[in-house]
Design a protein around this ligand. Structure first.
Ligand code: UD1
Length: 380
């Protein structure tokens, strides 16, 4: 079975790493990796290959930055000849970034089967580019691997046949568990002079939070208040850094350097690699984020997470996990932080099948169904 795996942006790397490792265990699988190059900086891509021990890509499409249409279109144009040459049985796409959709559409139009890992998640907010990517990718996929039951319900409600849906758990948690020994040894806390349980971590990169400068100002104001009680470490995405740098008033509310974190205030720095980031999160008192994946990681690690968005496509992190969706109102954020800091740390209870074995289940499904040759259907 020939499988082409697609990665493109930072949140894809930790999802594809365990799948590639699992595929390499099976002599009957020829697994290739295509990197679209949607993310290309060392801090957004290269470091993750190293940290997650992903072999170098077989093909790099070098698409780079651009508008949504540009990125999606370039992925399609550059991937098509590769798929025509290689004629894989299946193309595996993960997550919800523009590379996911571009690759899924390209494969589907060439009548190559598409497997979508992390299918069915829905925020029901079509102003999010990821929601469009999720809906369309799922619509053309043959294998829909879901991380939580809401995924299955959403897909069924959209008319997708149950035969194509497989509840397998969460590959992102496979990476977290496999690399636990490595990130537990990270020196990032010492490097930043931080003490376990005595700091917060912030990440922000959603266009709705960081491209609208009035919202960003409100968020940074609230974080600056919170950071009077304990320091906040803020590895900033390039998109966010650009916005922060454009407002001198905001720049002056933060420290920007590589040295130790001061005892109070917001310490803004360049994005950091996977192992250091996992270590930072696992030892934090709380996390504030607009990322999707971090809601899942904090749930498994038992770290309180405040999601600075109006919705989540990952409801299990709220019902089972440590996540609370609080929006972007500064008053609500400071009140929620006060509530978290008063409460004891929660005990982590991983959601069903978030056990580090999701990649094994996915590869087993593909082999069992002889993917590429047969359409999925459940054994009766
Ligand atoms: C993309 C995904 C988003 C994901 C996020 C994780 C889509 C629609 N969005 O958003 O779902 O959560 O990745 O980071 O696919 N840039 C660099 N270096 C890089 C990459 C980007 O400087 O290696 C800068 C460029 O100025 C670029 C901007 O960041 O224009 C945004 O990058 P882009 O890939 O368009 O979207 P993200 O905001 O990263």
């Amino acid at each position: 079975m020939k499988i082409i795996n697609i990665v493109g942006a930072r949140p894809n790397f930790m999802k594809i790493a365990p799948l590639m490792k699992e595929m390499r265990k099976h002599a009957g699988i020829d697994a290739l990796l295509v990197h679209t190059g949607q993310h290309y900086d060392v801090s957004m891509a290269g470091q993750f290959f190293e940290d997650l021990q992903i072999a170098l890509p077989d093909v790099s499409l070098e698409v780079g930055s651009g508008s949504h249409a540009y990125q999606t279109g370039e992925v399609m144009k550059r991937l098509e000849p590769i798929l025509e040459r290689e004629r894989p049985d299946v193309v595996i796409v993960v997550g919800d970034v523009n590379s996911t959709l571009g690759a899924a559409l390209t494969a589907a139009k060439l009548q190559i089967q598409v497997a979508h890992v992390e299918a069915g998640l829905r925020s029901f907010d079509r102003s999010m580019p990821e929601e469009i990517n999720r809906l369309l990718t799922d619509a053309v996929s043959d294998y829909l691997f879901v991380t939580e039951d809401s995924g299955r319900r959403n897909l069924l409600a959209e008319g997708i046949s149950e035969d194509k849906i497989f509840f397998v758990g969460n590959v992102m948690i496979d990476s977290l568990e496999t690399s636990r020994r490595l990130w537990a040894r990270s020196a990032i806390l010492d490097h930043l002079g931080l003490k376990k349980g005595q700091y917060g971590v912030v990440t922000l990169h959603r266009p709705s939070n960081v491209d609208d400068l009035s919202i960003l100002k409100g968020l940074i104001g609230a974080l600056a208040d919170v950071a009077q009680q304990q320091p906040i470490v803020f590895p900033a995405h390039p998109r966010t850094k650009k916005s922060l740098e454009s407002i001198p008033e905001l720049r002056s509310m933060m420290y920007f350097d590589d040295g130790p974190t001061p005892s109070r205030g917001i310490h803004c720095m360049d994005p950091i690699g996977y192992l250091d980031f996992m270590s930072l999160v696992a030892n934090a008192r709380l996390v504030l984020t607009d990322s999707g994946g971090i809601q899942e990681e904090t749930t498994v690690l038992g770290i309180p997470c405040l999601t600075l968005r109006e919705n989540t496509e990952r409801p299990i992190t709220v019902t089972h996990g440590t996540n609370r969706v609080v929006g972007s109102s500064p008053a609500r954020i400071t009140a929620e932080v006060a509530r978290v800091l008063k409460a004891p740390l929660p005990t982590p209870i991983p959601p069903p099948l978030w056990d580090g074995q999701a990649s094994q289940r996915i590869v087993a499904v593909l082999l069992e169904h002889d993917a590429g040759r047969c359409r999925p259907s459940r054994p009766s």
